[in-house]
Design a protein around this ligand. Structure first.
Ligand SMILES: *Cc1c(COP(=O)(O)O)cnc(C)c1O
Length: 351
């Protein structure tokens, strides 16, 4: 079986080895040191100098919800780039917590352009929320453009980078990003179950610290308080934290740029082969993480054909794109050879 899915992804043998071991106890100094080192490494990879890392046990959506409910209240409006199901998730979370919001709706395959932003009066908002790579469609947003918009109107910039961290360039200080949301099962190629919020300390002191908690398990203040001594409020997914430490060490040894180049190389290799086949790619900028392919009408048939005949699993699409689009991931332990097999299977299918 080979996974061309975005999460979970093909995991590395070194990580599988970590996850096969007995878990250690965690309320002690040696686990605290792991948490401190994890924070340090993660902030370094994100290029955030003066920051905090919150480690939550829960998938990426837990971090999205935690961030929204700990930072915003009903007296300040946020602006959401809503270009697919993950943008819609921000929107639904805000509804749930009565956080006033306006959404820039981008029905597939509409691009987010500078012109669209130029028409918006940003002075009504306190923050801009965006999924850097809207994984449901494959659109990678222009972070430079969004960053300029946020700066112009003094908005906090909140970026869900769950599927673009590692795969695409991301520099929090340089891009003026106040807060980044990550999770374990995408480009980090770990088991699902932990998510992270990395934020600059200014954002924490201004937007989170002064507010009374309205939730407990996902409280950022509780996590920050415990993290002062390298701990979490409750039992964390210890095993995934250990997987993460191992992966961050490997990434730093290999070099983030090198790891990113390899993902990009797979993406470009696959996209080049695609030109021999009869389907199209969407008209917007793509992330290195994923290639969405538009196979009008036969998405379901192709998905099942590749599983049944080649044991290859692509990422199916939901909602209105169910029959039109499949997504091919480039994350995790995949080689160019895997893409040759995939292309072969697609040709046999008759594309
Ligand atoms: C995967 C993903 C999430 C989180 O989904 P979970 O299933 O909760 O992990 C959020 N945002 C984006 C952009 C994603 O790709």
């Amino acid at each position: 079986m080979t996974l061309f899915t975005v999460g979970p992804v093909e995991m590395y043998p070194t990580i599988q080895e970590v996850s096969s071991k007995q878990l250690p106890y965690f309320r002690n100094a040696s686990f605290s040191n792991i948490m401190f080192e994890l924070q340090e490494r993660m902030l370094r990879l994100l290029h955030l100098k003066d920051g905090l890392l919150v480690t939550l046990t829960g998938s990426g959506s837990a971090a999205m919800e935690s961030l929204c409910c700990c930072s915003f209240r009903n007296n300040q409006r946020v602006l959401i780039i809503n270009g697919g199901s993950f943008g819609q998730r921000f929107s639904s979370i805000c509804d749930c917590y009565h956080i006033p919001h306006d959404d820039i709706l981008l029905p597939f395959p509409q691009r987010l352009t500078a012109d669209i932003l130029a028409d918006i009066d940003g002075s009504k908002y306190c923050a801009l929320l965006v999924n850097m790579h809207e994984t449901s469609t494959g659109q990678l947003y222009d972070m430079q453009c969004l960053s300029q918009f946020a700066k112009k109107y003094h908005l906090y910039l909140i970026v869900d980078a769950i599927s673009s961290f590692i795969a695409d360039p991301l520099d929090m200080d340089d891009m003026g990003i106040d807060c980044v949301i990550l999770s374990s099962q995408k480009a980090l190629a770990l088991s699902p179950g932990i998510s992270f919020i990395a934020m600059n300390t200014r954002f924490y002191h201004e937007m989170i610290e002064p507010k009374d908690d309205i939730c407990k398990y996902l409280s950022i203040k509780e996590h920050v308080k415990h993290m002062k001594r390298g701990q979490t409020p409750n039992t964390p997914a210890i095993g995934i934290i250990l997987e993460c430490m191992k992966r961050l060490q490997e990434i730093e040894i290999q070099g983030l740029q090198q790891v990113q180049d390899e993902i990009r190389k797979r993406a470009l290799y696959f996209r080049k082969q695609c030109t021999q086949l009869s389907f199209t790619l969407p008209p917007f900028t793509l992330s290195n993480a994923l290639t969405p392919i538009i196979v009008d009408g036969c998405a379901q048939e192709l998905y099942h054909y590749l599983i049944d005949h080649h044991d290859l699993t692509l990422t199916p699409s939901g909602g209105t794109l169910q029959h039109t689009m499949l997504r091919v991931s480039h994350l995790g332990n995949l080689t160019l050879h895997h893409y040759d097999t995939l292309i072969q299977g697609m040709k046999e299918f008759g594309l």
